[in-house]
Design a protein around this ligand. Structure first.
Ligand SMILES: NC(=O)C1=CN([C@@H]2O[C@H](COP(=O)(O)OP(=O)(O)OC[C@H]3O[C@@H](n4cnc5c(N)ncnc54)[C@H](O)[C@@H]3O)[C@@H](O)[C@H]2O)C=CC1
Ligand SMILES: O=C(O)C(=O)COP(=O)(O)O
Length: 543
């Protein structure tokens, strides 16, 4: 029965949904870190968190059980995504649930900062009636610069326009035309926008490009008295530069909801005149929390029960419909990967995949990941799945390329591999699905055949002369190895040439039986390759 750990405070509606999820158990354990966190994560199949817990590479060390982490919110920067990918753990988020609440918080900070709401109330608490001291600024008619025109940025733009502000914007992924359509004056460079704004609000993730977006050098470019707001991520404004700018009078006000280090209870900014701070409250409304919690639980329970992947940040999405459509081919891709690994068990150098026909028009990336998982599974101590297969392959220096051709070959859909070993050995094979879920090998090393892609295979090359099948059958019969299925393929229609044969054996053949087969005069090679049995799906494809 899949189990879930809830690592940060989650709204009751989310917990109720977990309670009601059939076949899923859960525990709430908040405030975990270090060894406690690592040990806890190793006990569960799925985890849900907010921004509180920090999931580091150490938190995932040795974890063989966890399959997914869902962030009930937007930013996944508290989860080490590279480590999660390495461990084969899907990381998903709920991108839209807290958009409006966070935008409202940014606007709240802008207005409250402009009208000195916090210090004026503090004055009242302390018995002062400071009307003259707290002269404010009206926002109508002022210019707001927005950096990051995504979900929250655009919601802020809309609200600022309703407040009759002029809005300038910068986002490398927003076109000038689209910005114009939205009533935003578009800037190609953020630095060019800075001298024109009375207010600046940032709504980007923290990246190498956005870190220290406002630092000491930028202070000179800012309009004197500018008010800066950050309800996105700490570090976008350099906190020391903010202190500097406030002290010099260059900056008129700073409102922060987020900090370079969180939790942050001690900052030189706290208590400075013109500063308004909240403890990461952007998404803290009943509405936002209900929505992100419900969405997070749905994402995780769908994933754990059907394999559906949505809003993942470290793997392509795989929705229920696509999963259903691709399940047969994901299975073939995985089996072909295992076949390839059996044909060249060590020293694989390069691999080329070709998708042909209808399947070429679908998400072939996920099929490539399934093939890679098959290729590596068994060779690796780590569990290999769709999330980490491509990375593990790359780490091993195996070159993988793929091509998709929508023109149909002999089959409506087919997938082929060509592999090359370090010793120059080459193999190629094509697989397809008969019906909905019958994986078949339809060519091997240029020989056409029709073989079952399951169970224990004996792959042998031989001269296409009479008596081969009888000889192999005798050798196995003497060792009580039953042959379940058999397929032979030859290059052309003329007998006497080279041919390939595939037997599906009902059990592992003893060494002596294999030796007997290899001794047959017309047989040039014979090897055993293990594939999953008929109908057996890898864990990540079950549902
Ligand atoms: N304070 C809080 O409680 C909350 C904070 N956030 C934070 O707000 C931020 C924005 O969230 P969303 O709008 O939902 O994300 P989003 O992905 O919809 O938008 C981000 C935008 O930033 C843009 N961008 C990326 N790099 C940029 C750069 N170098 N310069 C300018 N723009 C750049 C992207 O093109 C995108 O349009 C995230 O960092 C998120 O973690 C989100 C929710 C709550
Ligand atoms: O969604 C985000 O990115 C947030 O920053 C909200 O964080 P929280 O869920 O309130 O810890």
């Amino acid at each position: 029965m899949p189990s879930v750990i809830v690592l940060d405070t989650l709204s009751q509606e989310g917990l109720d949904l977990l309670d009601a999820a059939p076949g899923i158990t859960y525990e709430v354990r908040t405030g975990l870190k270090g060894d406690d966190l690592r040990n806890a994560l190793a006990e569960f199949d799925g985890a849900i968190c907010r921004s509180g817990v920090k999931i580091t590479p150490e938190s995932l060390e040795g974890n063989r059980k966890l399959k997914a982490i869902v962030r009930a919110g937007v930013g996944t920067d508290n989860i080490n995504s590279a480590a999660a990918t390495r461990a084969g753990v899907v990381v998903m988020n709920t991108p839209a649930g807290n958009t409006l609440s966070t935008a409202e918080h940014a606007v709240t900070l802008m207005l409250a900062l402009s009208r000195n709401v916090a210090p004026a109330y503090q004055g009242l608490i302390e018995g002062r009636w400071d009307r003259a001291k707290y002269m404010g600024a009206q926002v109508a008619g002022k210019t707001l610069g927005v950096v990051g025109l995504g979900r929250i940025g655009l919601a802020v733009v809309k609200r600022a326009q309703a407040l009759e502000m002029r809005v300038l914007g910068y986002d490398p992924f927003m076109s000038k035309e689209k910005a114009k359509e939205l009533g935003i004056e578009w800037y190609e460079k953020v630095d060019d926008m800075l001298p024109h704004v009375d207010y600046l609000s940032v709504h980007t993730p923290l990246t190498e490009e956005t870190r220290n977006l406002i630092d000491i050098p930028q202070l000179d470019r800012l309009k004197p008295g500018v008010r800066l707001i950050n309800a996105a991520r700490g570090g976008i404004y350099n906190e020391a530069a903010l202190v500097e700018g406030l002290k010099s009078g260059k900056i008129g006000g700073v409102a922060l909801d987020v900090y370079a280090e969180e939790p942050c209870t001690n900052s030189p900014l706290f208590g400075m005149p013109g500063v308004l701070c909240t403890p990461h409250l952007g998404a803290s409304t009943e509405e936002a929390q209900t929505q992100v919690a419900v969405e997070a639980v749905q994402l995780l329970t769908d994933f754990l029960s059907t394999g559906q992947i949505k809003n993942a940040v470290n793997i392509a999405s795989l929705d229920a419909k696509m999963l259903e459509q691709l399940r047969g081919y994901l299975d073939v891709a995985f089996r072909l990967g295992k076949l390839a690994a059996g044909l060249i068990p060590s020293g694989l150098k390069a691999c080329k995949l070709t998708y042909r026909g209808e399947i070429a028009g679908r998400d072939t990336k996920v099929l490539t990941a399934a093939f890679s998982a098959g290729l590596l599974q068994g060779a690796m101590a780590d569990d290999v799945n769709l999330v980490n297969a491509s990375l593990l392959l790359e780490e091993r220096g195996i070159k993988l390329s793929s091509e998709a051709r929508t023109d149909m070959g002999a089959f409506r859909s087919a997938m082929s591999f060509e592999i090359e070993g370090a010793d120059g050995q080459k193999h190629k094979a094509t697989g397809t699905v008969f019906g909905q879920s019958m994986p078949r090998l339809v060519s091997l090393d240029g020989y056409r055949l029709e073989a079952y892609l399951d169970g224990c295979l004996l792959v042998f090359t031989h001269k296409d002369v009479p008596g081969i099948i009888g000889g192999v059958g005798m050798a196995f019969g003497e060792h009580s190895v039953n042959i379940g299925q058999m397929a032979v393929g030859r290059a052309g229609d003329v007998p006497g040439g080279e041919a390939v044969g595939i037997l599906n054996l009902d059990c592992e053949p003893p060494v002596a039986a294999l030796e007997a087969v290899r001794k047959l005069a017309a047989i040039s090679s014979a090897k055993v390759i293990h594939l999953p049995s008929a109908g057996e799906l890898p864990a990540w494809l079950q549902g």
